[in-house]
Design a protein around this ligand. Structure first.
Ligand SMILES: Cc1ncc(COP(=O)(O)O)c(C=O)c1O
Length: 286
């Protein structure tokens, strides 16, 4: 209650929601276009100035797909040790990097002030198992988490537990990461092809990792209305930037099977093009 925390933005909004619920004093730290990298320098400045209790980062980031390199992680880790700030990293998209493999925060930090959260729902393609984990050295946090588990899921289903134990072998982890990367690469290639003939419809920030494309709509900032229209008129469900407190953007999922994605992205872009024409007629363009 009342503790100051820093939250990486834009972000998967569950953590900011929980922090509001428990009455934390939240400081949003916004990433910026065009690369949407985590602003390490700014985070360090805020840590020194406000001595926050924790900093919550999604790395690789949802929705922008950007992730930190080892130097950036080191810089952040060094300062967090000095200021006693707990680094809480959601690393559920770890393993989907398109370039240099990412390091986990707990591989970089020697001390006890880092937490890595992940699970099987994304890169491993097994959301139905409801299996995830928290890696942390600090005993106090382990005990607290075990206590919370008694009030939430209590224990995993025995089937999920069994499947997860088979998945989490070096060989299978690598196989599934490779599978995820192949899907993402294929879908990005498909989007690149479709996109070149429709550059005025969406502005794309090509991701470094993750299962999304973060895009800006150059012709309207009311993306909530736009996604309602996409849903009502074309049965297309897309997250508007408003879900991330970022009006004017939309997040497109690229985790589908490439055959499906090919058809669906063309349909989505065509629908956006039609909507833009209709908005122009109704004088709704920005
Ligand atoms: C960054 C991030 N963390 C956590 C989750 C939740 O994952 P799970 O389904 O394993 O609870 C999501 C789901 O979209 C996510 O994007």
């Amino acid at each position: 209650m009342g503790d100051t925390v820093i939250v990486d933005m834009p972000n998967y909004m569950q953590v900011p929601g929980l922090l509001k619920w428990i009455g934390a004093n939240i400081m949003y730290l916004w990433r910026k276009p065009p690369d949407w990298r985590f602003p390490v320098e700014k985070a360090i400045e805020l840590m020194i100035r406000y001595r926050p209790k924790a900093i919550f980062i999604t790395d690789p980031n949802n929705p922008t797909g950007s992730y930190m390199d080892r130097n950036e992680l080191n810089e952040l880790a060094e300062e967090s040790i000095k200021t006693g700030t707990l680094l809480v990293f959601d690393e559920v998209y770890w393993g989907s990097e398109r370039g240099e493999p990412k390091n986990s925060v707990i591989q970089v930090i020697e001390g006890e002030n880092a937490v890595s959260i992940s699970g099987l729902s994304k890169v491993y393609g097994l959301p139905g198992l409801r299996i995830g984990w928290i890696a942390v050295k600090l005993r106090k946090i382990v005990d607290r988490m075990l206590g919370l588990k008694d009030y939430t899921s209590i224990a995993p289903s025995i089937l999920s537990d069994y499947i997860a134990s088979k998945i989490l072998t070096q060989n299978n982890v690598e196989k599934l990461r490779k599978r995820a990367k192949e899907i993402i690469e294929k879908n990005i290639k498909i989007l690149k092809k479709e996109f070149t003939i429709r550059e005025n419809i969406i502005e794309v920030y090509w991701p470094l990792a993750g299962a999304f494309i973060w895009t800006r709509i150059p012709w309207t900032t009311n993306t909530l209305e736009l996604t309602y229209d996409l849903y009502k008129r074309y049965s297309i469900l897309i997250n508007p930037g408003e879900c991330f407190e970022a009006k004017g953007y939309i997040r497109i999922g690229i985790g589908q099977k490439p055959e499906l994605f090919n058809k669906n992205i063309r349909y989505t872009l065509n629908s956006l093009e039609e909507l833009r024409k209709q908005y122009a007629k109704m004088k709704l363009l920005d």
